[in-house]
Design a protein around this ligand. Structure first.
Ligand code: G6P
Length: 461
């Protein structure tokens, strides 16, 4: 039993099967899980998550070895492959993620046919399994913190079976406007919003996402659910501790040699359409085209780790990025490597080393709930690096005044913003960098998590 229960799709770490068959914990993917794991250090909490890997499915059957999930007691929900596929691949990632980020090409997507409705039934099963795991093991009146779009329907289930629990949901993504929600059948929108209203309160990274949620709920439900804003920040001390690891120093020396005195434009993302990598490359091409003086004086390193490769949209996006970079490098390459170094791999030490060294950090998403990289970069940077930031990233609400703004759809505007960022005078870089480092370290995960728990409440009505 537990008095504090955290519920999310991904757990605090990825559990894999090691070389000699033992279960090992690895760094979690995405922004949420690693931040959450750090926030829960010292808390006696139970964490309910999906068994997503073979190692996690084995741990779900045999029990999670003590200490594998830090201080939390990890409970892994192991569902049949067809339930996970329908709930996670079809509904969470191919439908809700695209809806939440405004990514649909509405002339073709989504296709809400019989197959999609069967997948949405799997999404209900997925959510009910998580809610039932909580309902069966949470103490009377326990605090339950539920995360993200995978688990929107947990609210209604807990409201029905465990109204004694103090619950709160947090959405790590953007939340769309009411008219964008028209992409889904009204009955589905009503079910999702009614369930979100079934939590004691709903948290978001910015006022814009919170206001969108409350306006959509008012329109669909005729009532305004409790909601709040709690932006997540970086754990600056932890980040600097990890960046002090010898592996970062080795990666940094290799990068210094590669740069060979040239300036560094850097970005770090998942291979994710909403991150807008393509327009970032096109803007860099236009900068080199319009300002030949910058050719051979700046290297664009783009580190992007693979994500959701079971979705054709993600495979196509990765291929388009690779082909575009190859074309630009053929055009501007001087013999050796071209000006863009696209590295599609998950290399955390090399990413931290580049964040320490970037002269300009490009964060130009089409839309992003927060984008923690926009905060991690300034916290780690040693060169008074400039942040080129999209106003559609949640981080812009806190950092925008000290960043160079890049409008995500404007390629020429982004090219000019990159040129401006590269040419900022030293004193202005220093002033901006100091403010960004301070703001990036505000609301660290442990403080942010307690803010969420403080909003937990018994469901209204
Ligand atoms: C975003 C979501 C997280 C998710 C992460 C990685 O950050 O807010 O909930 O875990 O992307 O996506 P994945 O599908 O690999 O879990």
């Amino acid at each position: 039993m537990s008095g504090l229960v955290v519920v999310s799709n991904r757990g605090p770490a990825t559990i894999a099967i090691g070389p000699d068959g033992q279960l090992v914990a690895r760094h979690g993917a995405g922004g949420l899980a690693p931040s959450l794991a750090r926030a829960l250090r010292g808390e006696r909490a139970r964490w309910v998550a999906s068994a997503m890997t073979e190692g996690e499915r084995r741990a779900a059957r045999e029990g999670v070895p003590a200490g594998l999930a830090g201080d939390t007691e990890l409970r892994l929900v192991d569902l049949p492959p067809e339930v996970r596929d329908g709930a996670y691949r079809v509904v969470a990632n191919a439908t809700l993620w695209f809806l939440l980020h405004g990514l649909f090409d509405r002339t073709r997507r989504p296709v809400l046919d019989r197959r999609w409705r069967e997948a949405f039934e799997r999404y209900r099963e997925f959510n009910h399994a998580f809610a039932d795991e909580v309902a069966e093991t949470a103490d009377e009146g326990a605090t339950v913190v539920v995360h993200d779009y995978h688990l929107f329907l947990v609210g209604a289930r807990l409201r029905a079976v465990r109204p004694d629990l103090a619950t709160v949901h947090f959405t790590h993504t953007p939340f769309p406007s009411a008219d964008e929600l028209e992409v889904l059948p009204r009955a589905v929108v009503h079910e999702l919003l009614d369930s979100m209203a079934g939590f004691g309160s709903c948290g978001f990274h910015t006022a814009r996402w919170r206001d969108n949620f409350q306006a959509a709920a008012r329109a669909a439900l005729g009532r305004v659910p409790a909601a709040f804003v709690a932006p997540l920040g970086t754990d600056a001390d932890e980040l600097r501790r990890v960046a002090a690891d010898p592996a970062c120093a080795v990666a940094g020396e290799a990068l210094d040699a590669e740069l060979d005195g040239r300036r560094l434009l850097f970005r770090s993302d998942r291979v994710e359409p909403s991150k807008n990598l393509l327009r970032g490359f096109l803007a860099f091409e236009e900068l080199l085209e319009e300002r030949p003086a910058w050719r051979d004086r700046v290297v664009f390193v783009a580190r992007a780790y693979p994500s959701r490769q079971d979705l054709p949209e993600y495979l196509a996006y990765r291929s388009e990025c690779e082909h575009l970079v190859a074309r630009i490098n053929d055009r501007f390459g001087s013999g050796g490597d071209g000006p863009i170094r696209l590295r599609i791999e998950d290399d955390f030490p090399a990413t931290l080393a580049a964040l320490q060294r970037s002269d300009v950090l490009l964060v130009n998403p089409i839309r992003d709930g927060m984008n923690l990289v926009a905060k991690e970069g300034p916290v780690l940077n040693r060169r008074d690096g400039v942040l080129a930031l999209s106003p559609a990233a949640g981080a812009f609400a806190e950092l925008g005044a000290h960043a160079v703004e890049v409008e995500p759809f404007d390629v020429t505007g982004t090219a000019r913003a990159l040129e401006r960022a590269l040419e900022l005078p030293a004193d202005e870089r220093a002033a901006r960098a100091g403010a960004l480092a301070r703001l990036g370290a505000a609301h660290p995960p442990a403080e942010w998590f307690h803010e969420l728990a403080a909003h937990a409440a018994r469901p209204a009505g």
